[in-house]
Write a protein that binds this ligand. Structure first.
Ligand code: SF4
Ligand code: SF4
Length: 453
């Protein structure tokens, strides 16, 4: 399946070809936040001074929207400290000093290993979902949700579709696994193409089984012609779609669902499940496959370091490794550091502490030198209309920006502010260098908080 380019949005330079992830040695210490996703903080299950083994549970919660946290090195719990997540919030974290032995907590239960897609087909979806929950998997995305929440059938759709006044509830029939990175050049998904295809097959089969999807689409980046991809695509009976990498933000969830299935996700609060689609990145499918084939939790994350570093590279790093150590492994950042953006240059969040750890929700960082950081200005809008031409969801960013700037949140909400997907296209094209995304994010927060007067 070939897709047309996005009509609006912006054109980005083609990202460099991604190479397979390089294994990074486990660090001396790991910092494991007890919340690595959107949702509840887990309760610590260990005390300072306690010896822990690889895979041992160090944090867990009974809340549905929470994920279990496991030790990613063996060693001694050194302390409980606060780390700062990409959203700038302090999260209690377990610090483990690595003893270098990598001793697992226990032998994997062999009867629990599902090494073939056929084994997955014979397992109840609720049992598969329980195993993903126990493994603490999280969708790799800034503020991603625990995977078992993402995959659970909704009690009620987030947003109903209406047909002649009657609400329509659509069962999931399509699974999209996307190897197209939404915010290049941070490219963990592309980097994993052609890797561990057996695990990937099990992971995709499990995602299809849990969601109930009968149709599976593998979205592949266009122009990435490697033998591995051809082999992989040929191994599966599922459909493949070639997606442009230069047409931004084509690979964000709702736009990709629309391009691949023709279904429109209801905005602003709907999600692909509401139109019968589950969409997961390739690295999530691989995590699922690893958990099921090994009967052990996943202790590492595929993590890209892009931008102004000596050797941009994707690594496989232990969860809890300080981001500064991964940047150092990529040859180090610029002499005059500017920004470290977690997630990607367009939609990521800048962090102020390079010692923040790699978590299950992080996919990579984009590093900028001080000279290349765009300084936003306090200039008024000059009504050039470029942002309107660029907005992929057909908003009028110039007007929304002004309304949010002057705290007219109710008026902004009436002009569909909440439909903004925070893609950053308007800020990218604005010649007046107005901080458009900041205005819009702030306005959305105020609307959600009900502060519209
Ligand atoms: S208004 Fe929102 S969706 Fe439109 S270009 Fe700006 S950030 Fe993207
Ligand atoms: S691109 Fe900037 S200056 Fe031009 S209309 Fe939009 S906000 Fe105004």
């Amino acid at each position: 399946m070939k897709l047309a380019n996005l009509l609006k949005g912006i054109r980005l330079p083609r990202p460099p070809a991604a190479s397979p992830p390089v294994d990074l040695a486990a660090p001396e210490r790991v910092y494991l936040p007890l919340r690595q996703h959107r949702g509840a903080v887990a309760e610590a299950k260990v005390e300072p001074g306690e010896q822990v083994a690889l895979g041992q549970v160090v944090g867990a919660s009974e809340e549905f929207e929470s994920a279990t946290v496991q030790a990613t090195v063996s060693g001694v719990v050194e302390a409980m400290v606060d780390t700062v997540d990409p959203a700038g919030q302090k999260v209690p974290s377990v610090v483990i000093k690595n003893d270098g032995a990598d001793t697992w907590a226990d032998e994997p239960a062999q009867d629990g290993a599902l090494t073939e897609p056929a084994g997955v087909q014979g397992t109840r979806p609720s049992r598969l979902l329980r195993r993903l929950r126990d493994a603490g998997l999280v969708r790799a995305q800034v503020e991603g949700r625990p995977l078992h929440v993402d995959l659970s059938p909704p009690m009620a759709p987030q947003s109903y579709l209406y047909m002649t006044g009657i609400p329509v509830v659509r069962p999931v029939d399509t699974l999209i696994v996307s190897a197209v990175d939404p915010d290049p050049p941070v490219c963990p998904n592309q980097s994993c193409l052609g890797q561990s295809t057996e695990e990937l097959a099990v992971g995709i089969a499990a995602l299809a089984r849990i969601s109930g999807a009968k149709r599976v689409i593998l979205a592949l980046p266009s122009g990435v012609e490697t033998a591995a991809i051809k082999t992989m695509a040929g191994q599966f009976e599922w459909e493949t779609a070639s997606v442009s990498q230069t047409s931004y933000p084509f690979a964000t969830d709702n736009l990709l669902v629309n391009a691949l299935t023709g279904r429109e996700v209801p905005t602003p609060y709907g999600e692909p499940k509401d139109v019968g689609v589950v969409l997961q990145p390739l690295i999530s499918a691989m995590d699922v496959g690893r958990v099921l084939t090994s009967a052990r939790p996943v202790i590492d994350r595929v993590f890209s370091v892009a931008g102004e570093v000596k050797n941009p590279q994707t690594f496989r790093v232990r969860l809890g490794t300080p981001i500064s150590e991964v940047i150092a492994a990529a040859g180090g950042g610029p002499s005059r550091p500017g920004k470290i953006v977690v997630g990607g240059p367009m939609m990521g969040l800048a962090i102020f502490d390079p010692e923040a750890p790699v978590t299950r929700a992080t996919e990579g960082v984009f590093v900028q030198s001080a000279g290349n950081v765009v300084s936003y200005a306090d200039h008024p809008c000059i009504h050039c209309g470029r942002c309107v031409a660029a907005c992929p969801v057909n908003l009028i960013p110039s007007e929304l920006g002004k309304l949010c700037e002057f705290r007219m949140y109710e008026e902004a909400a009436e002009m569909d502010l909440m439909n903004c997907i925070e893609c950053g296209c308007c800020a990218y094209v604005c010649p007046a260098k107005r901080p458009m995304v900041h205005f819009l994010r702030h306005g959305k927060t105020e609307v959600l908080a009900g502060r519209m007067e």
